[in-house]
Design a binder for this molecule. Structure first.
Ligand code: MG
Ligand code: MG
Ligand code: MG
Length: 307
């Protein structure tokens, strides 16, 4: 039987990695030969989660061969997906994002819910289908929910995410808040990364109105820890704009303790950010966005609307 590849978006976050592995388990339950793979490096936060779940490794791929069957988790947009995706046959999507840049030649399973995390919808499937829960996949799903909802504090968090979080916490018999804070903190140590790596850790590309933009986000416990590197970060952003012919590069530094963000915007279309948030960029091309933590719900929609 042909092997099905399962993967999340490029610059994978904890949800993309964990949900791929959980989805592999679900696919195998249905007798499918499936392998979770990844489209990029594992960040420190995800590494923390994988260690706790005792996952040894997950193979990296960069493109797909003609006819490869794939299942997408945590994304659907072409710009965020595997290179040469047109080669692949997409047999399933499990996602919680807007649908854009997506079409297929053949019918497929497409499950999308407006939840805070892909793993929440996978947890629903596992419960409904009576698939056996074990410590590993429970840890992976809880980690993904903590990451995507910033410990249930993000405006993207729904009651379904909360229900799954508390049920998984109980199943695992751990203190999810303590575990989650340690996991999120593990992801905030950016000192080991070059400026170029920092701006690409969690970067997503979008296209609208024939304009190409990137919205990148990092988490921190102290915005100044990241903002002191503004000059080298801006240099790296300018390079991305030139190399990838971007119209706008938005970099969000998100304070996970106080739940707000500082934005740095560069590119021809940077005034789009001023209009979208009704703010003025200061002499450092930056502005505070109070209460803003979610790219999906609070940042991408107003920017794509103004663009
Ligand atoms: Mg994601
Ligand atoms: Mg997600
Ligand atoms: Mg994310």
């Amino acid at each position: 039987m042909e092997k099905i590849l399962i993967f999340g978006h490029k610059n994978p976050d904890t949800d993309s990695i964990c949900s791929s592995i959980v989805m592999e388990k679900i696919a195998k339950h249905y007798g499918l030969d499936a392998e979770a793979v990844r489209l990029g490096n594992i960040n420190k936060e995800t590494e923390y989660a994988l260690n706790h779940a005792e996952v040894e490794s997950i193979r990296e791929i960069s493109d797909v061969q003609e006819g490869q069957k794939v299942i997408l988790v945590d994304h659907n947009e072409k710009e965020q997906s595997v290179d040469c995706r047109e080669n692949a046959e997409i047999i399933g999507v499990l996602d919680h994002h807007r649908i854009a840049s997506f079409e297929t030649a053949t019918p497929l399973y497409y499950i999308s819910k407006p939840y805070g995390c892909t793993s929440t919808l996978l947890y629903e499937i596992i419960k409904k289908e009576n698939i056996e829960l074990d410590k590993q996949i429970a840890t992976l799903m809880l980690s993904a929910i903590i990451s995507d909802t910033l410990l249930l504090k993000s405006p993207t968090c729904t009651q379904k995410d909360k229900d799954a979080y508390y049920e998984l916490e109980e199943f695992l018999g751990i203190n999810a808040e303590e575990y989650g804070l340690e996991m999120l903190k593990a992801g905030t140590d950016l000192s080991i990364y070059s400026a170029d790596e920092v701006i690409n850790l969690d970067a997503k590309e979008f296209e609208a109105n024939n304009k190409k933009i990137v919205i990148s986000q990092v988490n921190t416990a102290d915005i100044d820890d990241v903002f002191v590197r503004r000059e080298e970060l801006e240099f790296a952003m300018e390079k991305q704009i030139a190399d990838r012919k971007l119209d706008l590069f938005v970099f969000l530094i998100t304070d996970i303790i106080n739940t707000n963000s500082k934005v740095i915007a560069l590119g021809e279309q940077k005034e789009v950010v001023e209009k979208a948030f009704n703010v003025k960029l200061d002499e450092n091309d930056s502005a505070m966005l109070e209460g803003v933590v979610s790219r999906k719900k609070q940042v991408a929609p107003p920017i794509l609307e103004v663009l």
